[in-house]
Design a protein around this ligand. Sequence first.
Ligand code: ZN
Length: 87
Amino acid sequence: MKCTNCGQENRPNVRFCKKCGTDLTLPPPWFPGWRWHLKALSWIYLSVIAGFFVISYLLHQLKPPYNQRQIPAEMTPWLNPHKVPAP
Ligand SMILES: [Zn+2]
């Protein structure tokens, strides 16, 4: 990269110019502050909460039996350790 002070060509990824010693590490043009983080986190939380209600509403719109939230125990006998299904 080229030095902005003296024009000396330097190897890439060097921190200082080898001729005049100018700092070649440029600061990032934008760094998010706490306000940006607060805003981003608020949007993420709001999206998650809104998504929960939207998905919950959509699941309740399904026709039975797809809308039921609990599987009856007789449909899953292998989950009950005390009840051995008949062979
Ligand atoms: Zn220089």
